[in-house]
Write a protein that binds this ligand. Structure first.
Ligand code: FAD
Length: 424
């Protein structure tokens, strides 16, 4: 995500760029293709509503003429206020555009950066950075680099029982993009008991402590109490089954994963269950009794550095000013946040190549506040961070006002740095 955005932005400005992408020669545990900018889990890039920080982030990225957003809008699938995409079309759009802009793509693993390099290198190897590069990074940075994350399964649309699953949006607000599998209390009880007893892929005790709170596997949420799923991924509130006119006891939601609706992902179902157990448990959900899982949920290492300790405000390694970091490896979390960090880094790399001082973004913008938090924040327990209004100093003001100020300030900033040719 970050690497493709950087390559596009710099190539567009006439810089010679090479992407070293190890796939498909060497795959990560979570990617499935050799395409650039592959979405490894959900196909949603979150809300477009500016009342949500992710909506404002999109507006800011548009001002930068983001390739990621161009690709997203050209491969959009209906998902209410969320910007969800057909993942294959999305990645193809980016891969094709990068090549059209003359970026060289070399499919090889990089395991270290030459110390005496005269080039600028940007490490944007993401949450599944290869072991070889991780070893080198751990040596130069002097810290342990990972925690754990989990992915939800994807099922084929033709294996869903539509006499049970119903179409509805929560509180009736949206464009009817979700399928809902209703459960009564007995079905929920049976599902719950089976879920907490199912076999999971083991995690070392040490690694268990690194389980990432915000992407907890469904079985871990379930273990925290029988009602936990009813307030989490199986929350029924606002969903009425048109056949009964009632709100079910629990609901499992399915969201389209492809534009043509041939695949659905199970919302909030990140899991580390063994694959045979995933099949068994998913088939306990009414409407999914014959579900065919086309991509199983997985759990895997997720790598990031302690940016506050080792990077300067421009995401450059303090001990080597030819080496930048971008994307999730810096501790931003999420597809768009990673791409946005590519916009920031490419801006400064271009400036440095033109003998100009690097700059920071206005802290009244979501992007500016996020990158400031990542590289300059305080506190010892550094955890990955996604775009949110809480990062902005004026977060108690009405969101429309914050958003308007952010976009005005960013527009002004982009004019000052000569980059105001983006979208509106
Ligand atoms: C399991 C999982 C689930 C996730 N689910 C979501 C989600 O639902 N929504 C969301 O917004 N975000 C999600 N994320 C976060 C999201 O994946 C990342 O934020 C985003 O893809 C990171 O972008 P990036 O550019 O930093 O890295 P990536 O997009 O992963 O790109 C890094 C690239 O570097 C390559 N690479 C790695 N090591 C080397 C090497 N040594 N040499 C050469 N190439 C190398 C990889 O093959 C990869 O293509 C998830 C992450 C994980 C791990």
């Amino acid at each position: 995500m970050a690497g493709s955005e950087i390559a596009f932005q710099l190539a567009k400005l006439g810089v010679e760029v090479t992407i070293h992408e190890m796939r498909p020669v060497k795959m990560t545990p979570v990617h499935k293709t050799g395409l650039l900018a592959e979405l490894v889990c959900s196909n949603s890039l979150k809300s477009v509503d500016i009342h949500n920080a992710s909506g404002l982030l999109k507006k800011e990225m548009e001002l930068f003429d983001s390739l990621t957003l161009k690709a997203a809008y050209s491969s959009r699938v209906p998902a209410g206020k969320a910007l969800a995409v057909d993942r294959e079309r999305f990645s193809q759009f980016i891969t094709r555009t990068i090549k059209e802009y003359g970026v060289e793509v070399v499919n090889e693993e990089i395991t270290q950066i030459p110390e005496d390099t005269q080039d600028i290198w940007i490490i944007a190897t993401g949450p599944a950075t290869s072991d070889g590069l991780c070893d080198w990074l751990e040596r130069i940075i002097g810290q342990h680099l990972y925690f754990f994350d989990a992915v939800a399964p994807i099922i084929s649309a033709d294996s869903i029982d539509y006499s049970i699953a119903f179409v509805a949006d929560r509180y009736g607000v949206g464009t009817e993009d979700y399928l809902n599998c209703p459960m009564n209390s007995e079905q929920y009880e049976k599902f719950y008991e089976a879920l907490i007893a199912a076999d999971v892929i083991p995690v070392e005790d040490f690694d268990r402590n690194l389980l990432f709170e915000r992407c907890k596997p469904i079985e871990e949420i379930a273990r925290s109490g029988k009602m936990s799923l009813l307030f989490g991924p199986l929350r029924p509130v606002g969903l009425v089954d048109p056949r009964t006119g009632k709100q079910p006891y629990a609901v499992v939601q399915l969201r389209k994963d492809t534009m043509d609706g041939t695949l659905y992902n199970i919302v909030g179902f990140q899991t580390r269950l063994k694959w045979n157990e995933q099949r068994r448990i998913v088939r306990l959900i009414p409407g999914l009794q014959n579900a065919e899982i086309v991509r199983y949920g997985v759990m895997h290492r997720n790598i990031y550095i302690n940016s506050r300790r080792v990077l300067d405000p421009y995401m450059r390694l303090k001990i080597n000013n030819r080496l930048f970091f971008s994307g999730q490896i810096t501790g931003v979390e999420g597809y768009l946040e990673s791409a946005a960090s590519g916009l920031y880094v490419s801006l400064n790399v271009h400036r440095i190549l033109n003998n100009l001082c690097p700059v920071v973004l206005p802290k009244t913008t979501v992007m500016g506040a996020l990158f400031d938090y990542i590289s300059q924040g305080t506190g010892t327990n550094f955890q990955p961070m996604y775009a949110n209004y809480g990062l902005l100093k004026n977060f108690k003001q009405p969101r429309e006002e914050i958003a308007q100020r952010a976009l005005e300030d960013l527009n002004h900033f982009l004019k000052q740095v000569g980059l105001n040719k983006g979208g509106s």
